[in-house]
Design a protein. Structure first.
Length: 285
């Protein structure tokens, strides 16, 4: 009995430290997920075009001056970086930490940003001003043309349908945003078109609007991921969400949903490490 108590007194602190280390690892060890996509609509004259996606930072810091995440992204040699919303967190708002990451990213490649559901409020104009001063393309229901190889692709960015808590309201609002972004755009011109939109649960609307590739976030990978089931819960989708993270294809449209980087209401990830996404585009015959 005495030996058992002694062993337990030794093992318990080790077990506690192991659990703490594991939980820290799950929240802070950034993973890289890579996808390769090809399309005949992509212009010729390039071997590959590398897009890095970041999303849902929620004002989280990864090392001093965001050094940990910056080193990982730099190794990926991006041609373009997209940030698909929730750069800051409405509850633990820290613009300095968030802008530091964007400053580091603009040193690596052009950065395109769209809003998430956490940016809205009286502090957003100052955040948007700070982003623009860094050279970030703040895509608020807007379209830009990006040169790729011997041709061009189209980048479309839309605001999050924030504060609409009814599904029909979200659908109506996102279609208004898409229409505003594409106002005056000649869609008969067969440019490969990339959409940046925070909400993955609206994939059906992106398909209807004929986007070739959509980058999205918001779901946090389901926060806790269960074997054989995937994510446990996601905002806007509820339990066992359909679009929790990964690649989804319908017809000619593909959506990439990143599991994101930070946390918001639920402070802990489980079997769901922070994620940086790399999409490598190649032209098909």
């Amino acid at each position: 009995m005495r030996m058992s108590k002694k062993r337990w007194l030794i093992l318990l602190p080790i077990l506690i430290l192991a659990v703490i280390a594991f939980l820290y690892y799950e929240n802070n060890a950034i993973g890289i997920t890579r996808y390769k996509l090809s399309s005949a609509k992509l212009p010729e004259g390039f071997d590959s075009y590398r897009i890095v996606q970041l999303t849902d930072l929620h004002s989280k810091a990864f090392g001093k001056e965001q050094g940990s995440i910056t080193r990982k992204v730099k190794k990926l040699k991006p041609d373009l970086i997209v940030m698909t919303g929730d750069l800051v967190d409405s509850r633990k708002y820290n613009a300095e930490t968030s802008l530091m990451l964007m400053r580091k990213m603009t040193e690596l490649a052009p950065v395109y940003y769209v809003t998430g559901n956490h940016e809205w409020g009286s502090r957003f104009p100052a955040l948007a001003k700070g982003l623009r001063e860094l050279g970030v393309h703040v895509m608020r229901n807007a379209t830009e043309i990006v040169k790729v190889g011997d041709g061009e692709i189209r980048i479309v960015g839309v605001d999050d349908p924030t504060f609409n808590h009814e599904a029909d309201g979200d659908v109506e609002r996102i279609n208004e945003h898409i229409a505003a972004a594409l106002d005056g755009v000649d869609r008969s011109q067969e440019l490969y078109t990339v959409l940046l939109s925070h909400r993955p649960e609206l994939f059906a609307e992106y398909v209807k609007n004929n986007f070739d590739l959509t980058f999205s976030g918001h779901a946090h990978g389901g926060q806790v991921r269960l074997p054989f089931l995937g994510g446990l819960v996601a905002p806007g989708q509820g339990f066992l969400p359909k679009y929790d993270g990964g690649k989804y294809t319908e017809g000619d449209s593909t959506m990439i949903v990143s599991r994101g980087l930070g946390n918001s209401i639920i402070p802990q990830r489980l079997f769901n490490r922070p994620e940086v996404v790399l999409v490598e585009l190649t032209a098909a015959e």
